[in-house]
Design a protein around this ligand. Structure first.
Ligand SMILES: *Cc1c(COP(=O)(O)O)cnc(C)c1O
Length: 375
């Protein structure tokens, strides 16, 4: 029996092959040679050789997939993207602060997530919204030439894919060319591994795993080495990037099972041809879905075409009275979790790496059928 297609924004659909493998290994994990060890991954010491091998493979595979340069550390942390909204300023805001003064962080506010990041950082440093898409309802990215960057900011924060508003940066800004000496920090929670990252422009990237990398419970942080070691004195030890890095993400017990599951996803991504191959598929999926929405007279998407997300596609029915019927019919057709975020309303289809083209084709077919019978 075929499983339904799950369009959840997160926690989101996992590749079926990964779930099947994890089920097979649940009670008795086999090493790379197939030798079973008598324990499930949840039951292993994080310091034992079995888990160490899982950890090392996960780190190496992620480094290879995202082409992370050798001078960046990959950390597996807890707390999710929201905790990083505090952990980043706790670690980075003092970088360029005058002695004895609070540092400054700049924020480009392109949707709900970057807005949250700014508010949280304000507990730890000076903050500035250097541009905002709020007046237009978060439907575009303000042109970088108009950003009012602070002369002394320690970092500039972007949410490179706004999961709720469906706005994505298709290129990273070059801060130096814009006259800023700040580091670029990106929240890539909802499009990590869906496209390559230009590390020459980035100081730090963070993302919760539960959209595109695995289950909830592990947060990936990728940070350039020279940014470590400047945490504010009040920063909790378990959240000091240098402490975490110096201990190979084992300062305290890491989320072992979530790391193992993410590691299986990394192996799956490599079998799919890696991030470049995923990007090509993600472009094809997104083009198909946006074309169906734009070509209809019942559905519409508000985001400016130049910054539409390939991962999260919010759309609306012109007749909102049909929303419940639309969702009930979708569920009956095996298309789950299409309801939009409560702050935006309407519908949202999240089409992460684990969503096959066939799932988007099935959704498009349903959109057209529903329009034909209700339009
Ligand atoms: C989901 C999400 C978060 C929040 O992640 P949590 O794990 O719930 O803390 C942060 N940023 C973005 C862009 C997200 O999509």
């Amino acid at each position: 029996m075929q499983r339904p297609y799950n369009f959840s924004a997160g926690p989101a659909a996992m590749p079926e092959e990964v779930l099947t493998q994890a089920a097979d290994e649940m009670l008795n994990w086999p090493d790379a040679s197939g030798q079973r060890c008598g324990m499930g991954v949840m039951e292993m010491s994080h310091r034992g050789k079995e888990f160490q091998s899982i950890y090392e493979a996960a780190e190496a595979d992620l480094r290879e997939l995202l082409a992370v340069p050798a001078n960046f550390k990959i950390l597996f942390m807890q707390g999710g993207g929201l905790a990083e909204n505090a952990i980043v300023p706790l670690n980075l805001s003092a970088q360029r602060a005058p002695a004895g003064e609070q540092g400054t962080a700049d924020f480009v506010v392109t949707g709900s997530w970057s807005d949250k990041s700014l508010k949280e950082a304000a507990k730890y440093c000076h903050t500035k919204a250097v541009a905002t898409g709020k007046p237009e309802g978060f439907t575009h990215i303000p042109d970088a030439a108009t950003w009012q960057l602070s002369p002394n900011a320690s970092y500039v924060h972007l949410c490179t894919n706004e999961t709720i508003n469906g706005v994505e940066f298709h290129a990273l800004p070059d801060l130096k060319a814009l006259g800023s000496h700040a580091e670029l920090v990106i929240d890539f929670s909802s499009h990590v591994a869906s496209r390559p990252v230009d590390w020459s422009k980035v100081g730090l990237a963070f993302g919760g795993a539960q959209k595109n990398l695995g289950p909830a419970g592990v947060t990936v942080v990728i940070v350039r080495e020279d940014l470590l070691g400047h945490a504010l004195p009040v920063c909790p030890s378990a959240f000091d990037y240098k402490t975490v890095a110096d201990n190979g993400s084992m300062f305290n017990t890491p989320p072992t099972f979530a790391i193992y599951m993410a590691g299986l996803v990394f192996k799956w991504l490599k079998r799919q041809g890696g991030v470049a191959a995923m990007e090509a598929r993600n472009i094809a999926k997104a083009e198909l879905l946006y074309a169906a929405i734009d070509g209809s007279s019942l559905y519409f998407n508000k985001v400016s075409p130049a910054c539409r997300s390939r991962m999260n596609v919010p759309f609306f029915l012109r007749n909102e009275a049909l929303n419940d019927d639309f969702l009930a019919g979708a569920k009956a057709a095996g298309l789950l979790q299409l309801k939009g975020h409560k702050s935006v309303g309407g519908m949202r289809a999240s089409i992460y790496n684990a969503m096959p083209l066939e799932g988007v084709q099935a959704l498009v077919q349903y959109l057209q059928e529903f329009e034909r019978t209700h339009g």
